[in-house]
Design a protein around this ligand. Structure first.
Ligand SMILES: [Zn+2]
Length: 151
């Protein structure tokens, strides 16, 4: 039996996300269908997807964009009780959170593809829930420098 490799999984995930994104581009209601929700549950695992939706519902997710460039980074303002502010680059499967470090980077056979922050960043874009802030270069660089391991 053929194993599902991380590469195949990431290709499948990208295809599904791109398909949903294209459908919603032409739709006024930025809502997932039941079928799409089920697909995402299978791909990302239910508990991680639920945490991602909780972030989208309760936190402000800011997309900082450097003016006149395609440079972008995503920031999650921490919500009570955790005041941790996570920043990550969009479309890159990497995050500085503990879950990503323990369950994906350090796990010999990771049971998860990614963390709730990476999923929330992508879904917030698809669902039009990003708060976009255009910044001049020096301000963007300042925020970009803050993307570093938290511990
Ligand atoms: Zn994370």
């Amino acid at each position: 039996m053929q194993q599902i490799t991380p590469t195949i999984l990431s290709e499948v995930i990208e295809k599904v996300l791109n398909r949903i994104e294209e459908r919603l581009l032409n739709s006024h209601e930025k809502q997932l269908t039941t079928q799409e929700y089920i697909e995402l549950n299978v791909l990302f695992q239910e508990e991680v997807l639920a945490k991602a939706f909780h972030i989208i519902d309760t936190q402000t997710i800011v997309s900082y964009r450097q003016e006149n460039t395609t440079n972008e980074l995503i920031e999650f303002a921490g919500s009570w009780p955790s005041q941790t502010v996570y920043k990550l680059f969009p479309f890159i499967n990497f995050c500085h959170c503990t879950f990503f470090k323990d369950e994906i980077l350090k796990a010999p056979e990771p049971a998860y593809y990614t963390c709730e922050h990476v999923i929330a960043a992508r879904l917030a874009r698809i669902l039009n829930k990003l708060k976009i802030e255009i910044l001049p270069k020096h301000k963007f660089n300042f925020i970009q420098k803050q993307i570093a391991p938290q511990d």
